[in-house]
Design a protein around this ligand. Sequence first.
Ligand code: MRU
Length: 344
Amino acid sequence: MSSFKTIEWKDDKVVMIDQRKLPGEETYIECGTYEEVAEAIRKMVIRGAPAIGVAAAMGIAIGALKTDSGGRDEFFSQVKSISEALKGTRPTAVNLFWAADRMQRVLDNSAKDVEGIKQDLVLEAKRVLEEDIETCKRLGRLGSDLLEDGMTVLTHCNAGALATGGYGTALGVIRAASEVGKDIKVIATETRPFLQGARLTAWELDRDGIPVSLITDSMVGHIMSKGMVDAVVLGADRVASNGDVANKIGTYMISVLAKSHGIPFYVAAPVSTIDYECPDGASIPIEERDRKEVTHIRGHRIAPDVAVFNPAFDITPGDNVSSIITESGIAEKPFTSTLKDLKK
Ligand code: MRU
């Protein structure tokens, strides 16, 4: 396990490590309202698909807990609007919608009074967190078989403890391989524009004693051409039912390079990241973020005031993916049928 808590429920507050401040400062923020949780997701205090799912579940629970409930119907409609507000924060990571649906099922299936349902929602949100940690550990153990002793693995963005309840998907695979004594070295891309690789992955791995070297995104081709990468392992924000993968911007480019160099390209994600309603990558909404993330670094302007594109994610065709590692098994091609077999 990692040595910090990404998110927890404490004294009826949602406490999160402030990922915007890492690696300089390890500070935690407390959210006492659902609006504060929504703002934390939007501003990327917390980010990473599974962690956003946990935050959304806790946001719904905290919102429900604080409602001045009239009757059952009034309570249900208030929770619905809380849930909609949280669902409106970030569009690509499907875990957010998965978690909101899971909380809705608590409402739909409960015969309790309003106070009883509030407590059930809190319990469910805590369960989403606990299960996420177990899921990542299982996924990590399964995926670790794909990594051999002495390998160097390239990862992109942060799919670690910070992006999940506390173990990681891609970094969970790496962590699990290290835990069984394999010597795994990691190359982390800095991941412009938000620098999740430089700020978060490098910090997390270094802190846990896993050897990591940092590169800029533009170095991937060169590093691969020099034979310095044995495998790519990264996470996903949404996997379409045909195996197309939405993940942090730059993933597609890495997948093309990996394919061209014959390097295995593994995607590690819980089954909750698979969107069975989504036929292919073209149907996945791609978040466009503030232009300032591109023109500025940490508040410092690095570019003139010109037009900017800032898509936060891209689509990697399933064809470029070697395997999709989940807690229920490792899916190989053809993904349309193998992913179906993992459905719970
Ligand atoms: O914009 P972010 O930082 O939320 O994007 C995160 C990613 O793209 C991760 O790779 C993905 O969510 C997988 S996290 C286990």
